[in-house]
Design a protein around this ligand. Structure first.
Ligand SMILES: [Zn+2]
Length: 73
């Protein structure tokens, strides 16, 4: 079974993005982990999004999770 998560991200400048992860949690198959970042520069920190770099303002580590999808105001 694959566990998927979607986290909406927002920078302190207001720039929005999305972090998607997919993880295989079957006990007898090879473990794998995949993540996709939209809107921010991925620094490959595993599950963490706090060290992402904003594509809009270039700030580093200013990302917060938010409940709102990027398409809503
Ligand atoms: Zn920003």
């Amino acid at each position: 079974m694959t566990t998927r998560t979607t986290t909406y991200l927002v920078c302190t400048c207001g720039h929005r993005g999305v972090l998607r992860t997919a993880e295989n949690d079957q006990p007898y198959s090879k473990e794998w982990f995949n993540r996709t970042v939209e809107g921010f520069i991925d620094n490959d920190e595993g599950f963490s999004f706090r060290q992402l770099t904003c594509r809009a303002c270039g700030r580093h580590g200013e990302v917060s999770a938010t409940e709102k999808p990027p398409t809503s105001a």
